[in-house]
Design a protein around this ligand. Structure first.
Ligand code: AHR
Length: 637
């Protein structure tokens, strides 16, 4: 190998590593967004216009696919819960019922409320919310309750807010005062649990008869990321911040387009008082609250020093699903919607949408730098719309970088784009064998943003081999840094109770967050981004699938010294495997053992790995790993 330090190769852009956020797998609600109450606005049974439910199946409106001309049908996940998230508990000596209603709403934009009619409260009646598979309540931390409710004139009892453990032990209580006028009361209270419960609950307890109507019930930890109101879970946001993202892409992903246009993501509905936000039934099988909205995303970008990327809808429903297209006459509507989003982020306070941002407490502009025009759209109809959007946005905002959905295969019929956005969800062999995929791609017309990529095929829920193959692919992107200027792994987050996409970067539960091996690949790449490549004459030969090459796996480090202890490897039947620690040349950094590929830990046993042996054997590896010096992070290989 000859390295000529004088011969500079491609530079690697500071924008290279970013993150892709989409409301999928409960990434936002029940994930990054700190709200603890599920279905806080009682809107979850609202369905997109023209859709209908049969049991637990939701059928979208039948539409004509614009690429094929066929009429498409579909079925998606629905719920049979009468009031999702909420249960009414009556004691032996009480009786009550609950019903959703649109009568006299507090907000026309979020019209549903819950009417609880208590007929007998000889033992108190409780309306209970279990959160997103539990609420993490931490001893002595403060929790902020907001309830918008009203009572009938004849309701004479008290209303009490309770924080409960999973076994219904009362951890905190506070009165909820309502004036009895029949108008909506907006009540705030602070609760401090006396003990920690990772699967806690919130209840409203009624000890009188009559009617109580609830429009909104929200519970937030007082401590959120950077203390933002309507903010983010600290541990999850810190995990994202740990990737040092240069940019954040939002809101997706397929949610941008919707199953059909009826349930596309509508950023304008994500603004303002969270209680007034309707949310939307998301492409991924549940209704999202729109709580982590456009303003919150822009604020998050500012807080972590990242640039924002907004993905707009061009009037096309998801082409993998219904694939409807708005009529030609409505393209202007979608364009205006996108222009308004840009103005909301960048416009000064004299502009209509800049003023709305200022009214939310942020007079200065937000760091919006990129707009992706459509998500995973293709075909002539898309190309036509892309040109219209590109021209109009460039004219008004020449500084913005505009991205098209085209991949390496060509840019169809469009006139010009600043960046293309190829996506890869593939098996490890693809990444190992395609580290040179960008080498001969033509330069000069546009840059590339690899907006979604992950090894998610043939790797179960994701494993070490997957992570390694991503690392190999990343090396190809960096070497071609004159073309590839940005990349984001996808999807980003998974609540362990709702895996709607096979492999995701970060797993979480109410009180735990875990970065899979791929997370540490992303982190390692971002933390060690080279300024430029140095040319060398090393040739790799034809890459072979990993199975033929490796007979070993191990732990190692990247600019880090780590210490391992209590290392235990067992075969499936429990037989211990002998470790030959002496065969390792450099004992500081790594040790090796024979035969296998690590797959992932679980949230319960984050120091435990399953090893799929190449020979077909399965091993379990358990160890303690500790960083003892050097740079952040260690790497498993
Ligand atoms: O990342 C999951 C999905 O994959 C995205 O929503 C979509 O853009 C792609 O098909």
């Amino acid at each position: 190998l000859v390295i000529n330090l004088q011969e500079k190769g491609a530079e690697v852009a500071p924008s290279m590593y970013g993150i892709f956020f989409e409301e999928i797998n409960h990434a936002g609600d029940g994930g990054l967004y700190a709200e603890l109450v599920k279905n806080r606005s009682f809107e979850e049974l609202e369905m997109p216009e023209g859709y209908y439910a049969e049991g637990d199946i939701l059928h979208p409106k039948e539409v004509c696919n614009h690429l094929t001309g066929e009429v498409r049908h579909g079925s998606f996940r629905w719920t049979t819960e009468p009031v999702p998230g909420w249960t009414l508990q009556t004691g032996e000596n009480s009786s009550a019922e609950m019903k959703l209603t649109k009568e006299n709403p507090k907000f026309q934009s979020a019209p549903n409320s819950l009417k609880v009619t208590i007929k007998d409260a000889s033992t108190p009646v409780r309306l209970v919310n279990g959160g997103y598979w539990g609420m993490n309540l931490v001893k002595d931390d403060s929790y902020l309750l907001r309830a918008i409710l009203r009572t009938s004139a004849d309701y004479k009892g008290k209303i009490t807010a309770l924080l409960l453990s999973d076994t219904d032990e009362v951890l905190a209580l506070a009165p909820v005062e309502v004036d009895g006028s029949g108008s909506w009361n907006d009540v705030r209270q602070t609760l401090r649990p006396s003990a920690t419960a990772a699967k806690g609950k919130l209840a409203l307890e009624f000890d009188g008869t009559g009617t109580v109507s609830l429009d909104y019930v929200s519970l937030f930890p007082e401590k959120t990321f950077r203390d933002r109101p309507n903010g983010l879970r600290n541990d999850v946001a810190e995990m994202l911040n740990g990737l040092h993202p240069a940019f954040v892409r939002w809101p997706g992903g397929c949610v941008v387009e919707g199953i059909s246009l009826e349930n596309r993501f509508e950023w304008k509905k994500t603004l303002g008082d969270p209680a007034s936000r309707s949310g939307e039934y998301s492409t991924w099988g549940y209704r999202c609250s729109y709580g982590f909205g456009y303003h919150e995303m822009l604020q998050f970008c500012e807080d972590i020093n990242a640039d924002a990327m907004f993905v707009c809808n061009v009037g096309l429903g998801c082409q993998y699903r219904m694939g409807d297209a708005s009529p030609e006459s409505k393209i202007a509507y979608y364009l205006d919607d996108c222009m308004d989003a840009i103005e909301y982020a960048l416009g000064d306070v004299t502009t209509e949408w800049g003023a709305k941002r200022a009214a939310q407490g942020h007079p200065q502009a937000f760091p919006l730098k990129y707009v992706e025009i459509g998500n995973e759209n293709w075909g002539d109809e898309y190309d036509k719309r892309f040109d219209i959007f590109y021209q109009a946005i460039k004219e008004k905002y020449p500084e913005l970088i505009l991205i098209s959905n085209h991949g390496l295969g060509g840019t169809g019929k469009i006139a010009k784009t600043d960046m293309i956005d190829p996506h890869w969800y593939v098996n490890p062999e693809f990444f190992f064998q395609n580290t040179t995929i960008f080498d001969s791609h033509p330069r000069g017309k546009y840059d590339a943003y690899v907006g979604e990529y992950a090894c998610n095929a043939d790797v179960g829920g994701g494993n070490m081999r997957a992570a390694l193959s991503e690392a190999a692919f990343i090396s190809g992107m960096e070497r071609n840094g004159d073309l590839v200027k940005m990349a984001s792994y996808a999807p980003l987050l998974e609540n362990r109770n709702d895996r709607s996409w096979a492999v995701n970067l970060i797993w979480l539960d109410t009180d735990q967050v875990l970065g899979r091996s791929s997370y540490y690949v992303q982190q390692m790449a971002a933390e060690n981004r080279p300024t430029y490549n140095v040319k060398s004459n090393l040739t790799m030969g034809t890459p072979q699938p990993l199975e033929y090459e490796a007979g070993r796996f191990g732990f190692g480090s990247w600019n880090t010294q780590v210490e391992f202890k209590d290392v235990k490897v067992t075969e499936e039947d429990g037989t211990a495997v002998n470790l030959d620690l002496n065969s390792v040349a450099d004992k500081k950094g790594a040790w090796m053992l024979e035969n296998g590929v690590l797959s992932q830990a679980s949230l319960e046993t984050p120091t435990r790995y399953i090893v799929d042996g190449f020979s077909g054997n399965r091993y379990t590896l358990e160890c303690q790993v500790r960083k003892v010096g050097g740079h952040e992070g260690f790497f498993l290989y």
